[in-house]
Design a protein around this ligand. Structure first.
Ligand code: FES
Length: 104
């Protein structure tokens, strides 16, 4: 049996003045795993420069982990991964780096 994989494209904003840079990862697809868990694994195992907001409540309450998933604002800690994901920084907030935005 082969391991199912997911394709994760991250629109990184290394420089807020520049348009996003696309970075694509292939990761094991695990039903029920959250977007936040995928980001944590990518950071820990593949790219220590990836910036995103780490969870605070990890229960879908505080809103600190908001990102755009396939064009829609979602809470990374409570959104399950899909087989094909495009992750971008949330709109309407000043960018800090990559997926991390400043929240008021
Ligand atoms: S960490 Fe609080 S909503 Fe995701």
């Amino acid at each position: 049996m082969t391991t199912p994989y997911a394709r994760v494209m991250i629109i990184r904003r290394d420089d807020p003045a520049q348009p996003g840079r696309k970075q694509i990862f292939r990761v094991p697809f695990v039903p029920g795993k959250t977007v936040q868990q995928v980001l944590m694994e990518l950071f820990q195992d593949r790219d220590r420069t990836l910036a995103f907001r780490r969870y605070r409540c990890n229960r879908g309450v505080c809103g600190a982990c908001v990102v755009k998933v396939n064009g829609k604002p979602r809470l990374a800690c409570s959104t399950p991964m899909t087989r094909n994901m495009i992750l971008e920084p949330a709109e309407g907030h000043p960018g800090i780096k990559d997926l991390a935005v400043e929240l008021g």
